[in-house]
Each structure stands twice: as structure tokens, then as C-alpha cells.
Design a protein around this ligand. Sequence first.
Ligand SMILES: Cc1ncc(COP(=O)(O)O)c(C=O)c1O
Length: 424
Amino acid sequence: MKTTESRELFTRARKHIPGGVNSPVRAFGSVGMEPRFIRSANGATLTDADGNAYIDYVGSWGPMILGHADPDVVEAVNRAARDGLSFGAPCGAEVEIAEVICRMTGVEMVRMVNSGTEAVMSALRAARGFTGRDKVVKFAGCYHGHADSMLVKAGSGLLTGGVPDSAGVSPVVAADTLTAVYNDLESVEELLRRHPDDVAAVIVEPVAANMGVVLPADGFLSGLRTLCDRFGALLIVDEVITGFRLGPGGAQAHFGVRADMATYGKIIGGGMPVGAYGGRRDIMETVAPLGPVYQAGTLAGNPVAMAAGLAQLRKLEQTKDAFSRLDALTARLADGLARTAKQAGAAVTVNRIGSLCCAFFTEGPVGNYEDAKRSDTKAYARYFAHMLERGIYLAPSQFEAMFVSLAHTGEMIDQTVAAAGEFF
Ligand SMILES: Cc1ncc(COP(=O)(O)O)c(C=O)c1O
């Protein structure tokens, strides 16, 4: 496979962009390779700068549920762009997307922002403002973007709070973030009992999709709901990955658990930079200009981004079998991976829900971060290289999801399973 153009671009990129990339995972560091620079994307296919084509299972890390360059989304973007790129004043598309999001998810009010990171940061501020409490509980292995308070790992003791997981995060900020174990309600209860009047919110990925894919155990999310009610903390579900992907109503509808607040991201931008946070009316009414919680954004609710998001959400809502098709395609993928791994005697565990899937290079089950970390990341790196060489573009890290879109076909899935089978 020719990679001259990508290599040349990476050499130039490293001179002026830290690590040559604008988001670290793109650098292919965890698989010990150099990134392919992408020239174009269409349907389920990426084409790189050297003209190599790949079946894509990254999908821009989640948003491309309809596939790349969906004609309806592209048309909506073109139409909106002709009417002006940004107004700095309200526009009709913002009202429409708020109506669609509230109708589909059940949140009562929603505020648009520009990324998932911003959505989470703002939701946490609103939760603190509403409750008058400072601490938040998150789960080891869950990713909620790069706001300071979320770049935190567990400290040495339950009383001490967290410690920074990145240089540049103040220990004072980190101390207000407590870390629990995914799928372990006792670890949450313990933290809440130690800090009975201090926890503003428990934030969770309702399906963890940033440590590979880890499903919530039966009763985990409803148990969080009960614990939050008992201790007066808000439950925030981070639906940046699950919203509009697990189904029209996201994880809240899928699992039948109602959170106080929810955060959304890339999916509601259809590939454009968008995020949103929303929830109960009484909480959202604390946000400026109605209330004392300040939050703003020059490009928030941008008309072109709103047009893209609306086009994707509407199409998903109107395509009757969208979610059952996604489910069937991804089941074919997951079952195929599990079957070929078993036939080969490879230690691989496949977790799947809806159109999210992950093959962990470890004996299962994988139910939390400690389990996920047992994966053989060197084997994953070799698997990644093998698949890439066969024209299959996976996430360049063991701890990410495979995203299936409506543009994938049964043949693409079978081709993927066959290539993985060779490796196993
Ligand atoms: C669950 C979750 N929350 C938040 C974020 C942050 O979103 P963004 O990268 O748009 O800031 C991500 C990013 O992948 C995510 O997966």
C-alpha cells in the first residue's frame, strides 16, 4: 500500500502542529504507526491522500451514523451556507433542533454548544449551580472530554478526592472529582456516604465507549438513579456516543432510566462541531440569561452546523428501520468476530450494543476499566496494522469503539470478518 503522500503530510504537520495532529488519538501512537491523512469520505469508505480506500469503522468517532457525505446532510449544509455562515443572533434552525432534540430524548430544555467537552463542562457547572454543591463523581475509564475537572483519576483515599490525570490540571480542581468503578454501585454509594452533602452530580457514560465498549450491567443505571435520589445528587448521562445511536431516544430510552441532565455532542452536528446539554426545566432555568449559571458561545447554534445536525436527526427519525438495520449489521459483525476468534482459539472478547462494538484482546468478561486494561494492546496493534493493510480502518487504539453506519453493507461486514479471521 502506497503511503508516500501521508508520510509527507505528517512530516510537514509535525513542524507546526503538536504531534502533527489536532487530537492525540489520530497520531496512531498507541499502535506504533503513522497516520493516514484522509482526502475524502463517502458512505462507509475513506480515501487517503495516496488514493487508498478503506472500509471505515471510526465514523469520525461516532457522528456519521448515516455514513459520510450523506446527500441530504450535504445538501442542507450547502443551502444553509448560501444564506450566511454565522449571525451572532438567534436563527430558526436553533429552535427547530431544540424541538427535535427535546421531542426525541425527553429533555425539557436544551442549550447548544460547540463540542462534547463544552457540553459536559457546562452541564457540570449547571449541576453545581443548581445544587450548591461542588463535588462530582465520575467512573474510571469513562471519558467526558478534556475539561479540567474530567481529566482526573482516583486519588489514594476516598476522602481525598481525585488527582490530575494531565499536566496543567490544578490539584484543587481535581480534588472535587471523585472516581468510582463502572458497574459497581457499592463504589458509588461509598463515595456518596463519605461526602453526603457535597456531591452535585454523578456523571456516567450510559454505555462506556471510551475503554472499548463496556455495557452497563443490569440494574447499574437504575441503581445510580436511586443513589442520586437518596443523596440529593443529580444524575448526568453523557450521551455524546449513545444519543441518537442506540435509538431515537438514546440510552435513556433504551435502558428506561431518566437522568436529570444529559449531554450530547458530535452526532447532533452530523459531522459538524456541535454539542448540547439539557435536562429538567428547573435545572436548565438556572442557566444565563434566565439564571445565575453563566455559559455562552459566539458560534453556539451556528446555522450551518444546525442544518447538518437537523438533516441527520430528521433522516434518522424518518427512516423507519434505521436502528434495526444498524443493529442487524453490527450483530453480524460482532457475531462474526466472536465466531472466527473462537475457531482460531484466540483470546478475544467481543462486546456489542446496537451499532457499537469492540473486540478486546483478552479473555472476558469485560465489565469495567480494570478488565479492559487486561487486553493485549500489542496484539491489538498488530491486528490494527493487519486490517489497515487489507483496507479496513479501525480505531488506532484498543480502547475505542467500532462504529457501524447505515452506509455499511453486509458484504463489507463479511469482508471485515474474513480479514479479522485471518489475523486471529
Ligand atoms: C462520552 C463522551 N463525552 C464527551 C466527549 C468529548 O467530546 P468532544 O471530543 O466533542 O469534545 C467524548 C468524545 O469522544 C465522548 O466520547
